[in-house]
Write a protein that binds this ligand. Structure first.
Ligand code: FES
Ligand SMILES: [Fe+2]
Length: 451
C-alpha cells in the first residue's frame, strides 16, 4: 500500500514532475530503427513522458527528434519537408537541423540574423542494434550510452524489439514483471496435462506444492530477486532470478538469452513494453531465439496489431485489447488455461494490469487500497528503491549512479538450479554478471517457456 502522494510521485512522469525529471536523466529506447527505413523518409509523430515531438531520418542517415510545434508560430512539424539534412516547416519555410539549429529562414530578409537566435527543442538520438535511443534530459552533453548486452553485442546477435502499447500507467505494467507468482496463475495451465491452447506458447505448471519463495536484494542500479521453487523431491532448488534497473528496465529470466525489457511511459496513461534480446557470442543468431522473438507482429496469431493513426498512442496497439476483452475465447478457459487469452508475449499480463484503475476509473492504479503479501516482496523493494531515488534527486539534484556509471548495466537475469539450502546470492554471482565469461545455460525440462 502507498500513500496517494507517493503513488503520484512514482507514476507521474510529465515535464517538471519528480519522476519525469529522474527519467529524463537517462537514454530511453524510443522507436525501432525500422520505423525510419530510409533517409529523407516520412516524418513521424512521437510522444514520450507526456511530450509531443516529431522524428525523422535525415539525408545523412542520422535520426533527429524535435518538438512538434515549430518555434515560429507553432505549426506542426509533422507536415515538414524532410530534405537536405533538416526539417523545413511548410508554413513559412523555417528549417532546422538535428541539433535544433535554425539553418534557414526564407521568410525574413536575406541579411537578417534572426535565425541565429532561434533554437528548437531537439533531442539527441542514437540508432544502435535496431533501436533508436533518445535523450530528453537537461544536459548539454548527454550521459554515456547504457551498456546493456542488447547494445553491446553485434547487431546480428540482437533481435528487433517486440513492442506492445498498453493503455495504463507504466508502473503497473512493470510491477507485473517483478511478480513471479503470477506465472502459476494467469500464465498457468488448468492441469499438468491440459491440452495446448493452439495459439502462443503452452502454459505454466508449478511442480512444487508451495508457491515460490521470494528473496530480494537491493543494488546500486535498482534491485534483484530470486523466486525459489523446490524440485527433485526436495534435493534441489530452482531459482528464477530477475533484475530491476532504474528507471524502467527489467531483465526477466527465460533462460536462454540476455534480455532487456523497458516500460516506456508515453504519458501517465499509456506505456510501451519494449523487449529486445541478445545472444552473446559469435556467428548468426540461434534460430530458437530469432523465431521466438520475431518482432514483425508478435500478436499476428491473435488479431495482430491494429491499424495505426498518426497518433503515437496507436502505435503497436493490438486488435485484442481492453475494449473487446482481449478477444477472450471461453473454450481456452474451459480446456487449457486459467484465462481464455492465449499466452502470447504479455497479452495475458496486460489483461491483468491494464484494468487496474483509480477511484474514478482513470487508468492510473490507486495503490492506497491494495494489500501486499509475501509474494509482493520485490514490488515493495522496487517501489522503495524508486521512491528513495526520486526523493534523493529532488533534495540533492543527484541522479541514481547508473546514469553515469554504465558499468552497472552489465548484469543479467538468470535461471539456476542449486542444491537445497545453497547461498543463492553467492552461487549465482557469475550467472548474474554479463562479463563473467559464463555462458547462458538453459535446462529445458526445468524452465518453462515463459516471458
Ligand atoms: S510556423 Fe513554422 S515557419 Fe512559420
Ligand atoms: Fe507474465
Amino acid at each position: 500500500m502507498l500513500s496517494k502522494e507517493d503513488n503520484d510521485l512514482l507514476c507521474r512522469v510529465g515535464p517538471g514532475t519528480p519522476m519525469g525529471k529522474l527519467m529524463r536523466e537517462y537514454w530511453i529506447p524510443c522507436l525501432p530503427s525500422s520505423e525510419f527505413s530510409e533517409p529523407d523518409g516520412p516524418v513521424k509523430r512521437m510522444r514520450l513522458l507526456g511530450e509531443n515531438f516529431v522524428m525523422w531520418r535525415g539525408t545523412d542517415g542520422q535520426v533527429g527528434a524535435m518538438s512538434e510545434a515549430c518555434p515560429h508560430r507553432g505549426a506542426s512539424m509533422y507536415f515538414a519537408r524532410n530534405e537536405e539534412c533538416g526539417l523545413r516547416c511548410v508554413y513559412h519555410g523555417w528549417k532546422f537541423d538535428v541539433h535544433g539549429n535554425c539553418i534557414d529562414m526564407p521568410s525574413e530578409p536575406s541579411d537578417s540574423t534572426f535565425k541565429d537566435k532561434i533554437k528548437a527543442r531537439a533531442y539527441p538520438c542514437r540508432d544502435i542494434n535496431h533501436m533508436i535511443w533518445i535523450y530528453m534530459g537537461p544536459r548539454d552533453t548527454p550521459p554515456p550510452l547504457p551498456t546493456f548486452e542488447v547494445l553491446t553485442c553485434p547487431p546480428e546477435r540482437v533481435t528487433e524489439a517486440n513492442i506492445m502499447m498498453e493503455e495504463a500507467n507504466w508502473l503497473q505494467n512493470m510491477e507485473g514483471d517483478m511478480d513471479t507468482v503470477h506465472l502459476d496463475w494467469v500464465h498457468g495451465k488448468l492441469s499438468k496435462d491440459a491440452p495446448y491452447a493452439g495459439v502462443g506458447i503452452s502454459g505454466f505448471w508449478n511442480e512444487d506444492a508451495e508457491p515460490p519463495r521470494l528473496d530480494v536484494q537491493a543494488a546500486p542500479y535498482g534491485a534483484y530477486y530470486t523466486a525459489k521453487r523446490t524440485i527433485n523431491d526436495g534435493a534441489d532448488e530452482w531459482h528464477r532470478i530477475n533484475q530491476f534497473l532504474f528507471p524502467f528496465h527489467t531483465m526477466i529470466s527465460s533462460g536462454h538469452h540476455a534480455v532487456l525489457r523497458s516500460f516506456i511511459p508515453v504519458d501517465d496513461e499509456h506505456a510501451m513494453l519494449m523487449s529486445q534480446s541478445a545472444a552473446p557470442g559469435d556467428g548468426p543468431m540461434p534460430a530458437s531465439i530469432a523465431d521466438r522473438m520475431d518482432a514483425s507482429d508478435p500478436y499476428k496469431d491473435w488479431g495482430g496489431y491494429a491499424e495505426r493513426t498518426n497518433d503515437p498512442r496507436s502505435y503497436f496497439y493490438t486488435k485484442a485489447n481492453r475494449h473487446n476483452d482481449y478477444m477472450m475465447d471461453p473454450e481456452i478457459a474451459e480446456k487449457s488455461l486459467n484465462i481464455g487469452i492465449p499466452f502470447i508475449a504479455n497479452l495475458q499480463d496486460r489483461a491483468m494490469t491494464e484494468l487496474m484503475c483509480g477511484p474514478d476509473g482513470e487508468p492510473l492504479y490507486d495503490r492506497t487500497q491494495e494489500h501486499l503479501g509475501t509474494s509482493d516482496a520485490m514490488i515493495i523493494m522496487m517501489r522503495s528503491q524508486l521512491l528513495q531515488a526520486v526523493k534523493h534527486m529532488e533534495k540533492t539534484g543527484e541522479a541514481p549512479p547508473n546514469v553515469d556509471d554504465v558499468s552497472l548495466d552489465r548484469v543479467r537475469c538468470a535461471t539456476v538450479v542449486l542444491p537445497a539450502g545453497s547461498d543463492w546470492v553467492k552461487d549465482s554471482e557469475m550467472a548474474r554478471n554479463a562479463d563473467s565469461g559464463d555462458g547462458i545455460s538453459f535446462d529445458h525440462h526445468l524452465v518453462p517457456e515463459i516471458d
